[in-house]
Design a protein. Structure first.
Length: 268
């Protein structure tokens, strides 16, 4: 039997552990693979299931949604004409493994008379809506009682909490405020004004961090994601677009579809 020298044995042991670490690294990358939520096909005019129209207020006409090729990008076009409806889908996202939400959006212009602080102005040229289920310990008895009453009126699918990333008309990027109707929905100004209007803007947000900051828990479950343009309160007309919605891990880059650099604005 051939006996290995101590030096050669050490080198082989080092190679062995490097190979093991490499396999572990590959395994970690696979576990944190991109979770695509909204990559659309422009050969179809409508978003496929599980995407569906969601109407909270059926007295208001619904916003219309269609899939089109826009600047070489397959995207959903939202047209709001004194209307309100979400285009949403159920999702299965582990916010511990893939807490980063990436997407592209664009607006033709913001809503002039919108006001994030008032019910009469609770409209946005574009928004990304996330519905959350929270653990019992993250909600007070008062909150639970309020939700029970609300669900008796609006239906059992009303979430424990929600986050809206909105394209506002005037407030500063990064501002966080309760929705004008309920504190269970929190608004985060992700874009503002018309500076980036007419361009695709790339976004990257840490949903897990935002949930912990706004609702005091890291155990929330995200079960629905929706996109929207709404103008039922302001009675204005607006058009916006959404594309490339996906979740990645904290150490992964967003995976955006290449399009012309003249039609895109990257966030710093």
């Amino acid at each position: 039997m051939r006996v290995l020298s101590p030096r050669l044995g050490s080198q082989l042991a080092t190679c062995y552990w490097l190979i093991c670490l490499g396999l572990l690294s590959l395994s970690s990358n696979c576990e944190a693979a991109e979770n695509a939520i909204g990559r659309f096909d422009a050969t179809h005019s409508t978003a496929p299931p599980p995407w569906q129209l969601i109407r909270f207020d059926k007295s208001a006409p619904p916003t219309s949604y269609s899939v089109k090729e826009w600047d070489g990008l397959a995207a959903v076009e939202a047209r709001a004409e004194s209307s309100m409806a979400l285009l949403g889908r159920k999702v299965e996202v582990d916010l511990h493994d893939t807490p980063i939400l990436c997407w592209r959006w664009r607006v033709e212009h913001v809503l002039k008379s919108a006001d994030i602080h008032k019910r009469s102005g609770d409209d946005y040229a574009a928004r990304v809506y996330l519905a959350l289920s929270l653990p019992d310990e993250a909600m007070s008895l008062t909150t639970k009682a309020t939700l029970k009453i609300a669900r008796s009126i609006w239906g059992k699918d009303m979430p424990d909490a929600a986050i809206n990333y909105v394209w506002d008309n005037k407030h500063p990027i990064g501002m966080q405020v309760a929705n004008a109707y309920t504190s269970r929905a929190q608004m985060i100004v992700q874009q503002t004004g018309n500076t980036q209007a007419g361009k695709w803007v790339e976004e990257r947000v840490n949903v897990k961090t935002d949930v912990a900051k706004l609702f005091g828990t890291d155990k929330a479950r995200l079960f629905l994601l929706a996109i929207a343009a709404d103008s039922d309160n302001t009675k204005e007309n607006v058009k916006s677009g959404f594309a490339d919605l996906h979740f990645v891990s904290e150490n992964q880059s967003c995976n955006f579809t290449p399009i012309s650099k003249f039609n895109i604005a990257k966030e710093k």
